[in-house]
Design a protein around this ligand. Structure first.
Ligand code: ADP
Ligand code: MG
Length: 678
């Protein structure tokens, strides 16, 4: 049985089992589906195609008995002459004199090692008797932890394959396999580990990519269906006059993109279904404004609304801006981890008693002790910072509230729709009028007098600047130290004429707030900070953003940081201090200087690097797959999406016998209850 413990596999003792567990491998199935991330090839190429000084594998016939020389204490050198094609190749092997006994004139052997093109000589690291063909030509390389060697893992997985691969059964319907020419599951599995050829491997990968995308899409689309159908009667028939009045009182006219997104959101709210929508838009494009209007719609019919953000500073800021915005219309409270004691009790009580309408907070909002009273609308800012479970917990608290997720990570629309298949997507792809794009410059190297002089000039002009410290990911301690050092250097230059503040993650919340407050009120003109200012902080008077070691940040993060400036009427500037080594790094800096449009940036970066980097993966909230890559294998993802939609709509997932294995697999997902599959 594939669900048996790996302890059942030959050669896996208790100790090894524990180590394998650390790799996330618990069952035999886990082992079978622990795919290599790359392969080593021992392909035999003509000698003329081998590359000097690189690893090569050659096959030849011994033309003489090997000779062994001893030197030093325990050192030996075994020399062989091999007939390869029409050449005599010298193969040298160190400290393995014992091999002499096994190797004799006339034997065919295969050796792998470093190739010397000039001397027709190979320094052997591995040898095997027999033809290359008789060996596995392509060997898997697996991701490891220190406790398990590659050799051991290969052995264990090989044993699991030998003993259990037969139990792997097909889960895709035959029609699908035929129409896409996919290899069957068991074959593909074997090829994933020990491919017979590059082509076979390609097809095996193609198969698993399609499979995992299809399963993912089915789950997402079923969840979406569930959200819609299980929440009938959730219509929010808001008061249109009140809402219009509110919009008219805003100090600005909504952009066309804002109006469009707002209409989409309001339509969801009026519908009997629970809203599950993603609102995408660059920093400063006016997402929060749109979300607040929608929130107010819910308030007009006596519901509560909540805004959940990733940091306390942000919660504070939103609390203040919403309080202003809703003055006389709705009661706003702040609930974060640092609201404590008696005050906290009061806040909690006021929420429960519905004495407040809008609750702004951090994760604290989803704690058990918070009891909402008719929660109708929830906004989650920077959704990627919240785990799926937290989102669900929040949703579960209210009477199926409408949920709006906001993100400033500009994921290309097509990709977003597919990636977040369980959500609808609205995009604000236009900035409010009058914004001047941030002028961006790339300067090689460190902070210079010129940059310092520039900041000084800007500050004299009444504005403010951020200076983002070098990023040291490996060590919190160093990260902070760096910030402190940089702060001292800058303060030394500027003070007392210009006040410099310091912000980093180790400061207590009260200290952070204090610093932010002083910066917001222009008591501090320059703020030296680690990336804690990254998300959402709003100080429109700040017009300069200097980023140290810019090459270490992903484009997305740079873009977010740059979004801290350019929020007021004055011209803003972003200065990237970077010394990228590679072409890609240089190209990224160049792109940053050429565009401020986040969507454009994301598309460009996709072209440049493919996956990973723009989104910074972990940050983006894009799902991760074992074999497939959402960006690189986008076409397969699209195909799977269309197929999943069809399978669900025409009912074959439920009624067609061919789909039973898929259905059973999907039912194992804890979030998909039986009801939608009946
Ligand atoms: P986001 O949440 O997308 O970063 P916000 O909603 O916080 O953007 O808006 C950024 C700033 O622009 C705020 O000060 C907001 O009041 C202002 N703003 C929003 N929409 C408009 C608009 N249509 N015209 C002018 N200013 C706007
Ligand atoms: Mg915002």
């Amino acid at each position: 049985m594939l669900s048996q413990s790996i302890g059942e596999v030959k050669g896996v003792g208790e100790k090894l089992q524990a180590h394998l567990n650390e790799l996330g491998l618990f069952t035999i199935e886990d082992l079978l589906f622990y795919f290599p991330y790359r392969y080593e090839t021992y392909e035999i190429k003509p000698l003329t195609e081998l590359i000097h000084n690189e690893k090569a594998t050659i096959e030849g016939v011994l033309t003489a008995e090997p000779a062994v020389n001893y030197y030093g204490k325990k050192k030996s050198r075994l020399t062989m002459t091999l007939q390869v094609e029409q050449f005599a190749v010298k193969a040298v092997m160190f400290n393995r004199a014992f091999a002499k006994k096994q190797l004799h004139k006339g034997d065919t052997i295969t050796v792998t090692g470093k190739w010397d093109q000039h001397r027709l000589q190979i320094t052997v690291s591995q040898f095997k008797k027999g033809e290359a063909k008789s060996q596995d030509p392509i060997q898997p390389v697996y991701t490891l932890k220190e406790s398990v060697t590659l050799k051991t893992l290969r052995k264990v997985i090989k044993a699991a394959l030998d003993e259990h691969a037969d139990e792997v059964t097909e889960i895709l319907p035959e029609e699908t396999m035929l129409s896409y020419k996919l290899p069957d599951r068991r074959q593909a599995l074997l090829q994933m580990h020990y491919p017979e050829s590059r082509i076979m491997l390609k097809h095996a990968k193609r198969r698993f990519i399609y499979e995992e995308f299809l399963v993912f899409q089915l789950k997402m689309q079923l969840l979406r269906k569930l959200h819609r159908e299980s929440t009938k009667g959730n219509a929010q028939n808001y008061n249109n006059d009140q809402l219009t009045g509110f919009v008219q009182d805003l100090p600005f006219e909504l952009t066309a993109a804002q109006k469009r997104s707002l209409a989409e959101i309001l339509k969801d709210m009026k519908s009997p279904y629970r809203m599950n929508r993603l609102l995408q838009g660059d920093v400063g494009s006016g997402k929060t404004a749109v979300a607040a209007i929608a929130l107010y719609a819910s308030i007009t019919i006596g519901k509560q609304g909540a805004l959940m953000v990733p940091t306390e500073i942000l919660a504070e800021q939103h609390y203040h801006s919403l309080s202003q915005m809703f003055a006389g219309r709705a009661r706003v409270v702040l609930l974060t981890g640092s609201v404590k004691g008696k005050k906290r009790k009061e806040v909690l009580q006021s929420i429960q008693a519905h004495e407040v309408d809008i609750i702004v907070g951090t994760h604290a909002l989803i704690q058990e002790e918070v009891e909402f009273n008719e929660l109708g609308f929830v906004i989650v800012d920077e959704q990627h910072r919240f785990g799926v479970n937290q989102r669900r917990a929040l949703r579960g608290k209210g009477l199926s509230p409408d949920v709006l997720f906001m993100t400033a990570t500009p994921i290309p629309r097509t990709l977003a729709i597919t990636a977040f298949g369980d959500m609808d997507v609205s995009v604000i792809d236009e900035m409010p009028a009058g914004r001047k794009p941030v002028e961006t410059y790339w300067i090689k190297g460190e902070m210079t007098d010129r940059v310092l002089g520039f900041i000084e000039k800007v500050v004299r002009n009444g504005q403010q600047a951020y200076v983002i410290c070098p990023l040291i990911e490996e060590s919190d301690q160093l990260d902070i130290q760096n910030a402190v050092d940089l702060y001292q250097q800058i303060a030394e230059v500027y003070e007392p004429n210009i006040s410099v503040g310091l912000m980093h993650g180790r400061l207590h919340n009260e200290e952070k707030e204090e610093v932010m407050k002083r910066f917001a009120e222009n008591e501090l003109q320059v703020l030296v900070s680690t990336t804690v200012v990254e998300v959402g902080v709003n100080v429109p008077n700040a017009t300069v953003m200097v980023i140290h070691d810019a090459e270490r940040f992903g484009l997305s993060q740079l873009h977010q940081l740059r979004g801290r400036v350019g929020r007021g009427h004055e011209q803003s500037y972003c200065i990237l201090l970077a010394d990228p080594k590679g072409d890609v790094g240089k190209e990224r800096m160049r792109i940053m200087t050429e565009t401020t449009d986040g969507f454009e940036l994301s598309e460009q970066d996709l072209k440049l690097r493919g996956p990973g980097d723009f989104f910074g993966r972990k940050q983006s909230g894009l799902p991760e797959f074992k074999v497939g890559d959402m960006v690189h294998d986008y076409r397969a993802l699209e195909t799977a999406r269309a197929d999943a939609a069809e399978i669900i709509v025409n009912g074959s997932l439920v009624h067609d016998e061919q789909f039973r294995p898929l259905k059973e697999l999907i039912e194992q997902d804890e979030h998909i209850s039986g009801e939608i599959l009946d």
